[in-house]
Design a binder for this molecule. Structure first.
Ligand code: ADP
Ligand code: ADP
Ligand code: ZN
Length: 218
């Protein structure tokens, strides 16, 4: 099964993608996580990506497309994957479509996690991330067992540089301009499904599972 998660920054794509990956036994592929891992290891790609990420801008398509195509060409992606944070532009979507079509395959669903902009700003200021394993928490809604410490790996949790309110506003405007058109793009292909992302995370997940399981039965 090949799934794309759509939605504004902070809508809950990553949170849901991790649960989908676990339930369906497919890898969670996050371009943001790949960039952050590269920044942490101070690779050339990481240093280039950071310039854009720190300003709330998208990393240029050429760079992003290459890392995504390399990632989904790996063996563990043979039976599908859940993409989180890719595509974010129409040209990225077109490249992905082409790559998948070359394998005589197709994307099954693009799931749009819908959350209003006002709630996004609140969610992001409470987001805490583990830069070691990629786990994400929320200080109010989804707190770690021990404050400031990752449940999964014991590392310190941080407020991402790009989750500060000024940068979040920029990211939201970039989202509306460059990423939101993908909703229409996938709707025209007949694979768009909408879920209300303002519900409790378990209810959002149940709505997604209903969508994915309906496909398996047919
Ligand atoms: P969020 O989880 O808040 O949606 P991500 O972790 O997906 O954020 O992405 C963080 C940043 O990494 C983005 O603001 C952008 O600068 C960069 N990035 C991630 N994925 C892409 C992509 N597909 N195209 C361009 N830039 C990307
Ligand atoms: P995205 O990947 O779309 O940027 P995340 O999955 O990182 O979003 O979620 C953004 C923030 O909101 C995180 O702090 C996360 O713990 C929290 N969060 C995710 N889903 C929900 C939800 N359904 N209700 C409340 N908070 C949530
Ligand atoms: Zn961790």
């Amino acid at each position: 099964m090949k799934i794309i998660m759509l939605g504004a920054p902070g809508a809950g794509k990553g949170t849901q993608a991790k649960m989908i990956a676990e339930k369906y036994g497919i890898p969670h592929v996050s371009t943001g996580d790949i960039f952050r891992a590269n920044i942490k290891n101070q690779t050339e790609l990481g240093m280039e990506a950071k310039k854009y990420m720190d300003q709330g801008l998208l990393v240029p398509d050429e760079l992003t497309v290459k890392i995504l195509l390399d990632r989904v060409a790996k063996d563990d992606c043979k039976n599908g994957y859940v993409l989180d944070g890719f595509p974010r532009t129409i040209p990225q979507a077109e490249v992905l479509d082409k790559a998948v079509a070359e394998l005589n395959e197709s994307i099954d669903f693009a799931i749009n996690v819908d959350v209003k902009d006002e709630s996004i700003i609140k969610r992001m200021s409470g987001r805490r991330a583990c830069l070691k394993c990629g786990a994400t928490y929320h200080i109010e809604h989804i707190p770690p067992k021990q404050e400031g410490i990752c449940d999964s790996c014991g590392s310190e949790l941080v407020l991402r540089d790009d989750d500060k309110p000024e940068t979040v506003k920029k990211r939201l405007s970039v989202y509306h301009e460059q990423t939101q058109p993908l909703i229409d793009y996938y709707s025209k292909k007949g694979i768009l499904r909408e879920v209300n992302g303002s519900q409790d995370m378990k209810d959002v997940f149940n709505a997604i599972v209903t969508i994915l399981d309906s496909a398996v039965k047919h």
